[in-house]
Design a binder for this molecule. Structure first.
Ligand code: UDP
Ligand code: MG
Length: 350
């Protein structure tokens, strides 16, 4: 909420809403980004000051330290609140980027929300353009997408293509290909995202699923200044399975389709054997066909049990209803006073 709300006793709800429309929380998930944060923060301060002058936009930045092993939290807590308010939240351990984004969504106090990485790969220079599409053009979700994937290995590009093809297979709502986590949500879109109850999150999909007016902006991600990406093949496959099972029952349909195909194949094969035996009196051809048939059936059944397991695992984890993250430390510094108010919330979930 805007801090000035208490000063004016008879502020109408409409005026409050209007003001909320002109505030922006920038959520930055950070995992071992101590070396990158000062540079990112300096550029955010510049952008915030510029946006305040040109558009009267009040901005806060929310750094979510996702259980970093380096000094990310100490560095973030010491960043100056120049031209914007600063919130630093430290999670009790590393919960993963999706959980960090959710923590940011819960802690953001202002109307609109912008998500960006803490490694400097998302250019702050683009923020002004995203804000323009929101305020001037009335878009609710302005998402960025990599302009091209030319530098990426062929195998990875093929993987991404297959993932989106499966994901969007016959689904009513298509999730845009290549969309990244660098995106701006208007106040009503941010509220919609907060209302989604699921704990297994696939943020890109959810932000698209809520609807409203969406706009794609192409950009060229910068190189990482320090550190290494925390994604590897395993975690990317994990995120893909998470996304697929969250948004699509296509893998289950594939099971039924394969079943029908195999049964049809078996029927035709059986008829052919019968025909040969009855008309030409040929004897039954040995066991290879039987063994191959058995292996195909066994393999397909095992794969499909695995697919079912993914969905059942998801039901189990939703049903346990555990909090997605815990906050260990939380600090808010507002721009005007530069005083730190600190509160410790051991074990408090959002
Ligand atoms: N990140 C996080 N928790 C994690 C892994 C990553 O908060 O467990 C943050 C990370 O600090 C960065 C953003 O998510 O700000 C994107 O991570 P990364 O740069 O490793 O991914 P890539 O840019 O390669 O997709
Ligand atoms: Mg990165």
């Amino acid at each position: 909420m805007p801090t000035k709300a208490g000063q004016d006793g008879n502020t109408s709800a409409a005026a409050a809403r209007k003001r909320a429309e002109r505030t922006l929380s920038i959520v930055v998930p950070c995992f071992n980004e101590a070396d990158n944060l000062p540079a990112v923060h300096a550029r955010l301060c510049e952008t915030a000051q510029m946006l305040r002058e040109t558009r009267g936009l009040k901005i806060e930045v929310v750094y979510i330290d996702d259980g970093s092993r380096d000094s990310t939290y100490a560095v973030a807590s010491a960043l100056p609140a120049i031209g914007l308010d600063v919130q630093t939240v430290s999670l009790s351990r590393n919960f993963g980027k999706e959980a960090a984004l959710m923590a940011g969504l819960h802690h953001a106090r202002y109307g609109a929300i912008l998500f960006m990485d803490g490694d400097g790969q998302h250019p702050p220079a683009l923020i002004e353009r995203l804000v323009g599409h929101w305020i001037d053009d009335g878009y609710d979700v302005v998402y960025t997408a990599k302009a091209h994937r030319d530098q990426e290995p062929l195998l990875r590009r093929a993987g991404v293509k297959t993932f989106y093809a499966l994901m969007n297979f016959r689904s009513r709502h298509k999730i845009p290909e290549d969309a990244g986590d660098f995106r701006l949500l208007s106040p009503r879109a941010a509220n919609a995202l907060r209302q989604l109850p699921e704990r297994n999150r696939f943020f890109k999909g959810l932000a698209s699923w809520i609807g409203f007016r969406q706009l794609r902006v192409d950009y060229e991600p910068a190189e990482r200044a320090h550190g290494r990406t925390s994604w590897n093949l395993g975690s990317l496959i994990g995120l893909s399975i998470e996304g697929l099972t969250s948004f699509s029952v296509a893998p289950l349909r594939v099971a039924s389709l394969l079943g029908v195909l195999l049964a049809t194949g078996a029927l035709i094969f059986g008829m052919a054997i019968l025909y040969e035996t009855l008309i030409y009196g040929k004897s039954v051809p040995g066991y290879p066909s039987v063994v191959v048939g058995l292996m195909v059936l066994g393999g397909v059944q095992l794969i499909m049990i695995g697919v079912l397991g993914e969905y059942i695992g998801k039901i189990l984890s939703e049903q346990k209803a555990r909090p997605v993250y815990f906050v260990a430390e939380h600090q808010t510094r507002s721009e005007a006073r530069e005083e730190a108010s600190e509160d410790r919330q051991p074990g408090a979930a959002a």
